[in-house]
Write a protein that binds this ligand. Structure first.
Ligand code: C2E
Ligand code: MG
Ligand code: MG
Ligand code: MG
Length: 286
C-alpha cells in the first residue's frame, strides 16, 4: 500500500495479522487441526412425537471447541468448511461420532428405536465417497439404517440436482431416511418432493415463529403439513419455542417438533439425563 503512494516514503501499514487472506488461511489451518485433534463436539437436540409427547429421535448439531474463542456454533465455521472442502472430513467425523453415541445410548433398551438425524452439506452430496462413508459407519456401529435420518437443505438439493439424485437414491437403497431441511426458505420447487426419495419435510423455524400471531405463517405451516401428508411423508416443525406453537402444530396434525420449548441441543451426558427424565412424555395439552 505504501508502494502505491511512491517509493522512498516511510508509512505505517497494517500488520499482516489483519489481512483477510491471512486470517482466512489461519482459520482454515485451525479448523483442519481442530478436526484432526478432536476439537469438534456434537450436541443433540431431541425431536418430540406430538402424538405421544416422547422423544422419537435427536438431531446431531456440530460445535467447535476453539482454542481461544470458546465453543463456536456452526454459523462461525460451516461456510468456511464447505468452501474449503473440509466439510467432508468434518461431516464424516460428525456421522461417526453420532453413531458411536447412538450405540452407547442403545445400551438402554428404552432407547432402542431412537432415531439419529445428521446434517449433510451440498459438498458432501457431491462426494463420490459419501455412500461408502455412510455405509461404513452404519456397519461399524451396527445401527439399523432406518434409524439414521440425513438432512439436506433445499439449496443443497438444487445446487446440483443430478448429483443429488444419484447420491440420495444410493443412500435410500442403504435404507436410511432423507429429510428436506429448512423447507420453505430455498427454491421451494415442489418437483423435488416427487423426484427425490424423501421421507421427511422439516418446516423452517421462520414460519413457526408466527404461529398463533401471524395468520399467514399459520396458513403456510398448515399447507406444508398437508403437502407432506399428501405425498406420504412426515412433517417436522423446527424452532418451536412456545406451548402455543406446540398446540397449533398438534391441531394441524404435525408429526414431530423440535425446539427450545422441549430442549436445547445438549452434550451427550445431558442428553442422556434428559431422555431419562422424559421417558413418560410431556403432558399433552389440548
Ligand atoms: P439446522 O439443521 O436447521 O438446525 C437447527 C438449528 O436451529 C440449530 O442451530 C439449533 O440449535 C437451532 N434451534 C433449535 N431449536 C431452536 C429454537 O427453538 N429457537 C431457535 N432460535 N433456534 C433453535 P445450530 O446448532 O447453530 O446449527 C445451525 C445450522 O448449522 C444447522 O441448521 C445446519 O444447517 C448446520 N449444521 C449443524 N451441524 C452440522 C453438521 O454436522 N454438518 C453440516 N453440514 N451442517 C451442520
Ligand atoms: Mg438440520
Ligand atoms: Mg427413519
Ligand atoms: Mg433447519
Amino acid at each position: 500500500r505504501a508502494k502505491e503512494r511512491g517509493r522512498g516514503r516511510w508509512e505505517l501499514h497494517e500488520p499482516a495479522e489483519t489481512d483477510p487472506t491471512v486470517d482466512r488461511l489461519r482459520a482454515l489451518g485451525e479448523l483442519r487441526r481442530g478436526i484432526r485433534d478432536g476439537a469438534l463436539r456434537v450436541h443433540y437436540q431431541p425431536q418430540i412425537d406430538l402424538r405421544t409427547g416422547t422423544a422419537s429421535g435427536v438431531e446431531a448439531l456440530v460445535r467447535w471447541q476453539h482454542p481461544t474463542r470458546g465453543l463456536l456454533p456452526p454459523s462461525e465455521f460451516i461456510t468456511m468448511a464447505e468452501e474449503s472442502g473440509l466439510v467432508r472430513p468434518l461431516g464424516a467425523w460428525v456421522l461417526n461420532e453420532t453413531l458411536k453415541q447412538a450405540a452407547a445410548l442403545r445400551q438402554d433398551p428404552r432407547n432402542a428405536r431412537l432415531e439419529f438425524a445428521v446434517n449433510l452439506s451440498a459438498r458432501q452430496l457431491n462426494d463420490p465417497e459419501l455412500v461408502d462413508t455412510v455405509k461404513g459407519a452404519l456397519q461399524l456401529w451396527t445401527l439399523d439404517p432406518a434409524l439414521l435420518q440425513l438432512e439436506i437443505t433445499e439449496t443443497a438439493l438444487m445446487s446440483d440436482p443430478a448429483a443429488a439424485l444419484e447420491s440420495l437414491t444410493a443412500l435410500k437403497n442403504l435404507g436410511v431416511g432423507l429429510a428436506v431441511d429448512d423447507f420453505g426458505t430455498g427454491y421451494s420447487s415442489l418437483t423435488y418432493l416427487k423426484k427425490f426419495p424423501i421421507n421427511e419435510l422439516k418446516i423452517d423455524r421462520s414460519f413457526i415463529t408466527g404461529l398463533g400471531s401471524d395468520s399467514g405463517d399459520a396458513a403456510i405451516v398448515g399447507s406444508c403439513i398437508d403437502l407432506a401428508h399428501a405425498v406420504g411423508i412426515r412433517a417436522v416443525a423446527e424452532g418451536v419455542e412456545t406451548s402455543g406453537q406446540e398446540q397449533a402444530l398438534r391441531a394441524m396434525g404435525c408429526d414431530l417438533a423440535q425446539g427450545f420449548l422441549f430442549a436445547r441441543p445438549l452434550p451427550a451426558p445431558l442428553l442422556e439425563e434428559w431422555l431419562q427424565a422424559n421417558l413418560g412424555g410431556r403432558p399433552v395439552s389440548a
